[in-house]
Design a protein. Structure first.
Lengths: 262, 324
């Protein structure tokens, strides 16, 4: 399981404050905490309050790169902010994210190729969030075709089926899980899959339990990566154990420590 | 149409372990031996860099072995009575890359030798030879915890490889290796889960991963060779795929295992249909060794000089350095 830590996001008050005050130590500490807890990559988002996202994203990335060489997911809805981030990025890059609208997808695929980055493609379009598996697969196929057409290796593509909160879209949960499995058979080589996990528990009173349970089920459906809170120890422990059960790493009595030390 | 070979891409390399220290490095060896560091499966040069060739250590005991067949002892010669002469012959005549000194005489059921005598043997062997040294205890935990720290201390600066740490007894030896700057052998009983666990336990005591060598425990041809092979193969695949806790060199005691086999030991008179005992024993050890080379063995510990010679030639051929 490729774990992308979600905690460097201006949506969190302490991060927003650190961005405003340009206090590197807060950002660097949060980066290292997440890595120590098991994150393989870090998502970076300036948040809605940022008045100067182009500079803020660069400052965030530079601050993080001083303390770790882990991959960074540049997270923004605006391509110019993403490109600003990619320009200063020395670590491996992930673009988070493109939607399945040709006019939005194309420039981001071009950026991914230019900066040798991986790309997260959301199966969502201007028509809205898909309501069933078939709509998700249609959008996934569109993203894959577009990537292939432009020359972005499919292995560098992470498809996100858009996870809805369980209390909003309960009938869709099964479809979302099945989509993960079916994305894999659209092309050979297969694309990778990713979810923004925390959304599934939005508004519920058992967030950690809902996140954890969904993640385990998704891993069983072939999920490759997740954007999540790595400081939720039980969540990461469950992800590691799911991988263990799928024979992705070798058992030993200290398998949780062994994974985190990898 | 040309057929393109499928090439695997690996994300991790096996650690490089350095055994022996030269004068400049604080030791007295003529040169250090660098082991492993391979970036792909054995001898698949197209998949990953293989910088170091597998090496051969020749095993000597601190007492004259009483259970080795005559076909083996006679090939070694009279020096078998004296570990220092034996070591020297391994270096000069048998062209060993390393000496592996097994302190069998320390065992309470053998000679229960006093520590000072064992320390003297270690020092004498180091003085007489110039190639790097491996030191093994007698296999009895309590005695090993008594003798190995003293031997490690006596070899301080020489960056030896010392063993063996096991899951139930690793702390004393790890502390010694840390204190005296040595490498350690972590032995697991043909069990990949224990191999990984033991490496974690040892590294938790702050011994760097590149100072651990895995003894996966092997079996000779006919005695579990395939099973041992599959365990090593699985560990190596995991190591190359990113599991740092299994990405250490393998040491295989092929001499120990092969010369235990009935097929290597039984006399020609006893089994005339099996052919010459001398040839049979040599082949048994050489074949066991060459098989484990393919499973990823980085250090082969061997006993018969002829088997060692055959295997060295085979390694030359595999590494492509032999000009025929």
């Amino acid at each position: 399981m490729f774990i992308i830590g979600e905690l460097i996001n201006g949506m969190y008050k302490d991060i927003a404050k650190a961005i405003q005050a340009k206090d590197k130590s807060v950002i660097q500490r949060r980066a290292l905490e997440q890595i120590e807890a098991g994150a393989d990559a870090l998502d970076v988002n300036c948040g809605p309050a940022s008045k100067d996202p182009v500079n803020d994203i660069q400052w965030l990335i530079n601050s993080i790169q001083e303390v770790t060489a882990k991959p960074i997911a540049v997270d923004s809805g605006r391509p110019q902010v993403i490109e600003a981030g990619l320009k200063v990025l020395k670590n491996k890059a992930i673009i988070n994210s493109a939607t399945a609208d040709e006019e939005k997808l194309e420039p981001l695929i071009a950026l991914a190729i230019k900066y040798n980055a991986r790309l997260i493609g959301l199966t969502i379009s201007k028509k809205g969030i898909p309501q069933n598996k078939d709509q998700r697969l249609e959008l996934a196929a569109l993203i894959i075709a577009s990537a292939q057409g432009k020359g972005l290796p499919v292995e560098d593509l992470y498809l996100d089926p858009i996870v809805m909160p369980v209390n909003v879209a309960q009938p869709q949960m099964k479809d979302i899980l099945e989509s993960l499995r079916e994305f894999k058979i659209i092309s050979d080589p297969a694309p990778k899959t990713v979810v923004g996990l925390s959304n599934v528990s939005q508004g519920t009173c058992q967030r950690s339990l809902v996140n954890r349970t969904f993640l385990i089920m998704a891993v069983a459906c072939g999920l490759d990566a997740a954007i999540l809170d790595p400081l939720d120890k039980e969540l990461v422990d469950s992800a590691i154990t799911s991988d263990l059960i799928l024979n992705k790493h070798i058992y030993c009595d200290s398998f949780l420590d062994a994974y985190r030390k990898k | 149409m040309t057929v393109e070979l499928v090439k695997e891409k690996w994300s991790n390399a096996v650690a490089t372990v350095v055994i022996g220290a030269t004068k400049e490095e604080g030791g007295t060896r003529s040169q250090a031996v660098e082991c492993a560091g391979e970036e792909g499966l054995p001898f698949l040069f197209a998949e990953g860099k293989i910088t170091h060739r597998p090496v051969i250590a020749m095993e000597i005991l601190d007492l004259e072995p009483d259970d080795w067949p005559q076909s083996l002892t006679s090939a070694i010669g009279d020096v078998i009575k004296n570990p220092v002469d034996w070591a020297l012959k391994c270096e000069k005549e048998f062209k060993a890359d390393l000496i592996c000194l097994r302190l069998q005489g320390a065992h309470p059921d053998a000679l229960n030798k006093p520590v000072d005598e064992l320390v003297k043997t270690v020092k004498d062997v180091l003085k007489a030879t110039a190639i790097p040294l491996i030191i093994l205890g007698c296999g009895e935990d309590k005695r090993d915890n008594e003798i190995l720290p003293r031997c490690a201390e006596a070899a301080k600066g020489e960056r030896i490889l010392i063993g063996e740490a096991v899951q139930g007894n690793y702390k004393t030896l790890t502390a010694s290796a840390l204190a005296d700057g040595h490498n350690i052998i972590a032995q697991s009983p043909i069990d990949i889960n224990i191999a990984k666990q033991l490496n974690i336990l040892i590294s938790d005591m702050a011994l760097p991963l590149e100072r651990i060598v895995i003894n996966p425990t092997v079996g000779a041809l006919g005695y579990g060779l395939e099973y041992a092979y599959s365990i090593m193969e699985r560990a190596r695949l995991a190591a190359l795929s990113g599991d740092k806790m299994l990405a250490m060199p393998f040491i295989c005691f092929v001499g120990l295992e092969a010369w235990r086999a009935k097929e290597a030991k039984a006399s020609t008179e006893e089994f005339p249909a099996w052919g010459s005992q001398v040839q049979r024993g040599i082949i048994w050890e050489a074949l066991t060794a060459t098989t484990f080379l393919q499973a990823g063995a980085d250090i082969l510990v061997m006993r018969h000089p002829k088997s060692a010679e055959i295997v060295r030639k085979h390694i030359d051929e595999l590494m492509g350095s032999l000009t025929v």
